[in-house]
Design a protein. Structure first.
Length: 373
């Protein structure tokens, strides 16, 4: 009797240990990024998935990367998993029950992603997640949003009982009901977080240096020396996109300084012009590389005029209102559109008693703040 109890206790302990150690392994393959030019690169998303799906640990759920169980020289390591046929081959060779794989297509207007969970036993995709976003150029930001989507959908749909895994497919009525309940539970803080807007993502630091030319009747009086501008401008404010062309706005607020001197036959004079100006331009961004813009604006101009008189004060101060028109072109020097080099043509019309017209040609740079996610 004692022997029988001893054997029974051993068997019970083994069963308990076996049950406690029953863990369903999900293997994660690299996600393929397919570009319009036909090139393909791989991205390892397992680390992000592990962070997001950590709550599933209570469901005996474990994520393992495929790369961690194969060597670099292995045929499997070099295989790009792009459909269920290849997924089955990899699962069969390595003895995997479930495999997470997928791809992201880079389109002319944004990104399209499809993530699949493949079951070797059923020899098919048992769960699929699709996501699309237009007017997006930042792959990192899109990937973060995709991971959040994967987390929420898998966590709410997966059911693990022992080693048996199933996915609950909710009806449309259930999905609507859940959305309604979620809206009820949303607090003002959550709404604020969802609608968080990073103003600095759309601001660039503008600096320019150029030549200043008084024209019309002032051509005979003054010779321009130089001019510069500095300030801030809006960037990547998209209105509409079609294929590789994006319609954009570019507002700006700038400070400008220009210097002109008298022609030789007149008394030595210096015209110092200061402007506080604001313009609004509209234009096209082509292939996320080249911008062409036209715009108009207004400014307040303050002039400090120096003339070398012998019998009275050489300084004279005036102020006036003005309008300007401009044509800009610039090239972005990097794929993230952080630094641009451009050429600006400006016509300024200052409303003195005698109408004053000038032309300015600038070479300028725009340095954009690095995007916050």
């Amino acid at each position: 009797m004692k022997k029988l109890l001893y054997i029974f206790s051993i068997l019970f302990a083994m069963c308990t240990y076996s049950y406690s150690e029953s863990v369903t392994n999900f293997y994660v393959a690299d996600i393929l990024v397919r570009k319009p030019d036909g090139q393909t690169e791989s991205i390892d998303i397992s680390y992000l998935l592990k962070q997001g799906l950590g709550l599933l640990s209570g469901k005996n759920f474990k994520l393992i990367t495929v790369s961690s169980i194969v060597t670099e020289s292995s045929v499997v390591a070099r295989e790009k998993i792009k459909n269920d046929y290849v997924a089955y081959e990899v699962c069969d060779i390595l003895g995997l029950d479930y495999l997470i794989y997928g791809f992201i297509d880079v389109t002319d207007t944004g990104f399209e992603a499809e993530i699949r969970i493949f079951s070797r036993d059923e020899n098919k995709t048992v769960f699929k997640i699709n996501r699309e976003k237009k007017n997006e150029t930042d792959l990192g930001r899109f990937l973060e949003e995709l991971i959040i989507d994967i987390d929420s959908q898998i966590y709410s749909s997966i059911k693990i009982e022992g080693t048996k895994v199933s996915f609950e497919k909710k009806s449309q009525e259930e999905i609507k009901r859940i959305k309604i309940e979620e809206k009820k539970d949303v607090t003002p803080d959550v709404v604020k977080e969802k609608k968080k807007f990073h103003f600095t993502n759309y601001i660039g630091i503008y600096n320019s240096l150029g030549y200043y030319i008084p024209i019309d009747k002032y051509w005979n009086l003054f010779t321009g020396v130089f001019s510069f501008e500095t300030g801030v401008c809006g960037v990547r404010i998209d209105l509409y996109s079609y294929k590789n062309i994006i319609l954009q706005l570019r507002p700006d607020i700038l400070f400008s300084y220009s210097l002109a001197i008298n022609k030789e036959k007149y008394t030595q004079s210096f015209l110092n012009s200061f402007q506080i100006k604001s313009s609004l331009s509209i234009g096209l961004n082509i292939y996320k590389f080249f911008d062409v813009l036209v715009g108009a604006g207004c400014f307040a101009q303050f002039d400090l005029f120096y003339q070398n008189y012998l019998d009275k004060s050489p300084y004279n101060f005036t102020a006036a209102f003005g309008l300007n028109g401009l044509i800009d072109t610039n090239f972005w020097l990097d794929k993230n559109q952080l630094v641009a080099l451009g050429l600006a043509n400006q016509f300024n019309f200052t409303f003195y008693t005698d109408f004053f017209v000038s032309y300015k040609l600038y070479i300028y740079t725009v340095v954009r703040f690095r995007e916050k996610k």
